[in-house]
Design a protein around this ligand. Sequence first.
Ligand code: IMP
Length: 194
Amino acid sequence: MAVLVVATGNPGKVAEMQEYLHDTAWNLQLKPPELEIEETGTTFLENAELKASQVAKALGQWAIADDSGLAVDALGGAPGLYSARYGKTNQDRIDRLLKDLGENPNRRAKFICAVAIARPDGTIAAKAEGECPGEILREMQGDGGFGYDPIFYVPEYQQTFAEMSGELKNRISHRGKAFEKILPQVTALGNEQV
Ligand code: IMP
């Protein structure tokens, strides 16, 4: 099996990606912890490409990376690229977002995910973006998921991300959509390696 290094320090992310890519010839591996990566891009796609490219080049191996976040319309797309750094804990981030939005009637928001795969020389072989539109509730609902899930409501399913089954969230989420789009290319690239 061909090795595909995941440009993350988070083993949970590798497990999640393995699920999306389970029918491919790739064997996913966590990046070595001593290899630091920078997120200096100005878009989710730029960050995914930067991370995949840096790791691939440093190791001389194929690498994959994703980058995601929540963009709230009435906040001009914030927290956006700063979604992970909007507060110290999940609760801090949710509290800050609800405070920033206040009683604003425009609750429209979307989760965005970009994913990119880089060749061992650091060039990008494939990339894709996925989005999931929804609304920001005034209070938390549900206790599954992570991050902003309890305040992100998807009208089509009348549930927050935190109330959904993992199977449903994976299918309709920004990450699910991005991986669905990139899957044919990642599969073909994997088949070329074996
Ligand atoms: P990253 O892609 O791991 O850098 O994630 C960025 C941040 O966006 C996370 O720390 C979360 O705060 C937020 N985020 C991304 N995807 C989700 C999701 O599916 N649910 C809730 N929060 C998310």
